[in-house]
Ligand binder design. Sequence first.
Ligand SMILES: Cc1cc2nc3c(=O)[nH]c(=O)nc-3n(C[C@H](O)[C@H](O)[C@H](O)COP(=O)(O)OP(=O)(O)OC[C@H]3O[C@@H](n4cnc5c(N)ncnc54)[C@H](O)[C@@H]3O)c2cc1C
Length: 495
Amino acid sequence: MIYKDDPDSIRGFLEDTSNLKSGRTPGVFFPESVDELAGLLKSAIEEHRCFTIAGNGTGTTGGRIPQGEYVISMQKLDRMGEPIALSPDRAYITVQAGVLLEKIQKKVEQSGWFYPPDPTEKLCFIGSTIANNSSGARSFKYGATRNHVARILLILAQGERLNLSRGVCRADRDGFFRFSLPSGREMIFKRPGYQMPETSKHNAGYFSEEGMDLVDLFIGSEGTLAVIAEADLLLTPLPPTIISCLVYFKKIEELFSFVRLLKEPANNISPRAIEFFDGHSLELLAARYPEVPDKSAGAIFMELETTPEREENDLDTLFGLMESCNAMSDESWMALDRDEQERLREFRHALPLIVNDWLSRQHESKISTDMAVPEGAFRELFDFYCSSCEQRGFVYIIFGHIGDAHLHLNILPRNREEFIEAKALYRKFVDKALELGGTLSAEHGIGKLKVEYLVGMYHECGISEMARVKKYLDPFLLLNRGNLIPAAYLETKTH
Ligand SMILES: Cc1cc2nc3c(=O)[nH]c(=O)nc-3n(C[C@H](O)[C@H](O)[C@H](O)COP(=O)(O)OP(=O)(O)OC[C@H]3O[C@@H](n4cnc5c(N)ncnc54)[C@H](O)[C@@H]3O)c2cc1C
């Protein structure tokens, strides 16, 4: 197996996009087969090693940044099969964990299939998107990654394989999972005994609900319970025609009315993505895209799947809704062919890059939220974000997945004092979102950055439930230490 411990090879594994600076590791292993990966974990106790699992480093929460552990890079596990049709409207593809999401999407599209999860950043490994239950714009229609995974091959902490297909092992009425490993070892444990928030997206802590599938415990567990080595991904037919558009509004109230109309089934329009840019985001984008109109209070990016036969009808409906909400129709951007849609996609992707550029000139990290609340509480959280930032005179932007009542607020501090004040304000945002029945993280997960806040969400008993499951599956705490569960709950605390 390839092993590297020279500083040049290690450096890249000490970071992701979180700006967490505390990474350190003795070295990085690059298993080239599932057998090598299993062997590495089997010998972990004997060799006194524990591991942090590394995908491609686009995560935002420091999940893959080691704190002294060895690193397992999934980079060389990059084999991918061919799409296999199960019926005219269903197929699957088998992929190893280190395949880039972008490669999978391109490959399946060549044979007329579609893999819906699209967490904006395409340069992530598929195994990480499963470990993080990634979502993104299209999850408004398709839901997060867990809806699209039919099977996972896991390597448990001590090297045993667990090949799990959906539907094979479910929690019983009392919440217990019962299954045996290839070695014959019987496994019995109970799902975490807490209730998840009623938000349309949620990605904070282990998934748990009545009668749940064991596959769903591992999806979104952020590498704390096992290494995902391989998966079967479900595919649907590639939509023949897409309508994409960016619609500007002068007044924020009219923008919100437009979103309500887009989500109303009676209006005969069912977008796959409804995304928001506030006026501040548009001001930043205007520096690179002069066509962004002045004095726009915000914009909605929308994507709709249609057919050549239905396209005209759908466009008429869309224009009607825009008109009824006083959209800035003349300035709005309709993208009806692939090239134009790619330009519009680049526009959306430009925002985080512009923000990073801006920050690199300020020498401070941004403070960003990933909370979501139930639909009815959306406006209260939005207004709270705006008024809190305005009062303090912060530079900030709000953008993201408005269809799922899930917006990202980024505060961009200009100096240390602002950073400290913004960090204190972040805690108030968390408290507010939780008070409104929301979730600490709708999609980016907890990693190392948000561990302290997770206790506020699940309280001590909920975190202890997670720790119980972790310690059953990984009793020697070999995998992804420091992620998700505060260390104190794994070492000494019992409740
Ligand atoms: C500009 C930008 C936009 C983004 N937008 C979105 C978005 O809209 N929605 C969204 O959900 N995310 C978004 N993300 C976050 C990110 O892309 C995802 O979290 C992605 O899944 C990380 O993939 P990665 O390969 O880079 O993983 P890494 O950052 O390397 O690792 C992420 C975590 O996964 C664990 N892990 C990796 N591989 C495995 C494995 N095989 N088995 C078990 N655990 C593993 C790691 O230990 C770590 O905890 C965005 C990121 C950026 C930079």
